[in-house]
Design a protein around this ligand. Structure first.
Ligand code: NAP
Ligand code: MG
Length: 403
């Protein structure tokens, strides 16, 4: 077959450990043989981040702003142990945090569904995508221990020196108190990212808070979403035949359980933290979860939701056989290539992305899979393949489509 041509480069962000090994295998077996890959390469491996004083992370995010689409490998977020292991100059910040701050984005996480890896919730037939607001609330709260009787108030001192006060509680004994905040700007960005993404994937958007109890704080979230929807997105949603739907968080939880899936669930920061772990474990495996950062300005960065799979990497270094699941990382590539194809009007590239995903799913459904899936599948007598063998099996399936 003739290789598919690209016009605009993808921003490629390489990473660490086992996922870095998979990254190279994926390119060698599943990308290069089919596509004349145009990519601007950034090495976000920890050694190179350290050498460049983390400038490479910033450069890769800036390149994403320039070209619009990036694909990222999992990276190490350094901690004390990594400082020693890699002899780091500094405990560099999480690359994902740095990139998110520069692109001002929201992260959408969706499970990859295959027959034989059934969700715990029987009626879930289609993926449920979680969008988590990544700023403020309890994650940026101030707290106090109240050790005895006394009055606690919220005080807002305006720039002109005037004050607004609100009584929190007249304590008659010991207790605790907490102050949270959020920003209209941040909530607006979050709302725009959610509406844009829903249009992009043509799925309904659900949003839920506790506005009946939190009549100012949560109600502001609800109002900002509604205002932006009515002003900027309603007509587009109507044209796409999708719906925006607001409800109370407890009602949302009940409805999610009874639903078939196939929608995006926008969550406030805390709700998103809790619900995304619930959904990923209920859908089967972190290794089958994709993640995309969408900025309100229309930049996209695709990755896997899991980390660098350190334990498997140490086995690999010892020369032992590994069986690491590459599906979420392959879907990061297919997501980025599809988006590039869409933006540049290259149909072959979009079709290739569809075929690549189909090849992963069909390979697993034919009983060939990695150890993590073999342990939980309902398929009888699955064949457990090594990391590379699994990627080669996907290549064989993919080649059969182009034969
Ligand atoms: P992890 O890499 O997600 O792996 C945790 C465990 O989950 C693995 O030991 C493995 O279980 C299983 N697992 C995850 N992905 C798998 C896959 N693709 N195939 C098969 N099994 C898989 O999390 P971690 O070990 O806590 O973190 C390792 C490093 O990743 C850390 O340095 C962390 O900073 C980084 N991290 C990066 C990102 C990111 O870049 N987005 C996200 C999270 C963590 P078994 O060992 O039982 O097989
Ligand atoms: Mg969590």
């Amino acid at each position: 077959m003739e290789k598919i041509q690209m016009t605009t480069p993808l921003v490629e962000m390489d990473g660490d450990e086992m996922t870095r090994i998979l990254w190279q295998m994926i390119k060698d077996e599943l990308i290069h043989p089919f596509i004349d890959l145009k990519a601007e390469y950034y090495d976000l491996g920890l050694e190179h981040r350290n050498e460049t004083n983390d400038q490479v992370t910033i450069d890769s995010a800036e390149a994403t702003k320039k070209y619009g689409v990036a694909v990222k490998c999992a990276t190490i977020t350094p901690n004390a142990a990594r400082m020693e292991e890699y002899d780091l100059k500094e405990m560099w910040k999480s690359p994902n945090g740095t990139i998110r701050a520069i692109l001002d984005g929201t992260v959408f996480r969706a499970p990859i569904i295959v027959k034989g890896i059934e969700p715990c919730v029987r009626n879930w037939k289609k993926p449920i995508t979680i969008a988590r607001h990544a700023y403020g609330d309890v994650y940026k709260a101030s707290e106090m221990i109240v050790d005895g009787p006394g009055k606690v108030e919220l005080v807002y001192t305006k720039e002109d020196g005037s004050e607004v006060r609100e009584l929190i509680h007249n304590f008659t004994g010991a207790g605790v108190v907490q102050g949270q905040h959020n920003l209209d700007n941040s909530i607006e960005s979050f709302a725009r990212s959610c509406f844009s993404y829903a249009l992009d994937v043509k799925q309904d958007l659900w949003f839920a808070t506790k506005d009946t109890i939190s009549k100012k704080y949560d109600h502001t979230f609800k109002d900002i979403f509604q205002e932006i929807f009515d002003k900027e997105f309603k007509a587009q949603f109507d044209a796409a035949g999708i719906e925006y739907f607001y409800t109370l968080i407890d009602d949302a939880v009940a409805r999610v359980m009874k639903s078939e899936g196939g929608f995006i669930w926008a969550c406030k920061n805390y709700d998103g933290d809790v619900m995304s772990d619930m959904l990923s474990s209920a859908f089967g495996s972190l290794a089958m979860m994709t993640s995309v950062l969408v900025s309100p300005h229309g930049y996209f960065e695709y990755e896997a939701a899991h980390g660098t799979v350190q334990r498997h990497y140490y086995k690999h270094l010892k020369g032992e056989q590994t069986s690491t699941n590459s599906v979420a990382t392959i879907f990061a590539w297919s997501g980025a290539l599809r988006k590039r194809g869409e933006l540049d009007g290259i149909t072959e590239l979009m079709t290739f992305a569809d075929n690549l995903e189909k090849a992963c799913i069909e390979t697993i459904e034919s009983g060939k899979m990695t150890g993590d899936l073999a342990r939980i599948t309902s398929i009888e007598h699955p064949t457990t393949l090594g990391s590379q063998e699994f990627i080669q099996a996907i290549r064989a399936t993919l080649e059969s489509y182009y034969a």
